[in-house]
Design a protein around this ligand. Sequence first.
Ligand SMILES: [Zn+2]
Length: 147
Amino acid sequence: MHCPQCGHPQTRVIDSRSQESSNAIKRRRECLSCGHRFTTFERCEDPLEVLKSDGSIQAFDRNKILVGLMRATIKRDIDTSKLNELIDDIEFELRASAQTPVSSHTLGDMVLKRLQKLDKVAYIRFASVYRDFKDIDEFIDELNKLR
Ligand SMILES: [Zn+2]
């Protein structure tokens, strides 16, 4: 939660109460940098779920995706905020189309599609982890598609 006054990323919650009528939590926050106080309404949205290839369902975990993306973008000089935006975009698309549970395959494709636009090297690195390449030829095919 960024401070609306100075943009500082760290704020402190000084009061928190849930709104009975809606699924929202009203929070009073204070900026750790400039001391500006403001109120936020945070919606408790339904959790998104991911259907794995073995048939099990897991919670959509943006942190897990972020860790994978950070690993794929090591030394590529891509700002973490760009990666967060990428995940925000996916989350938005999933919510907008009410796609839950989303298959892990579809989710992987959604990540790859966006990563390809952002950074080709990171895309290949991520693809090699995310997609189950059966053998090296498959991986090389993927590389060749980018040339
Ligand atoms: Zn501030």
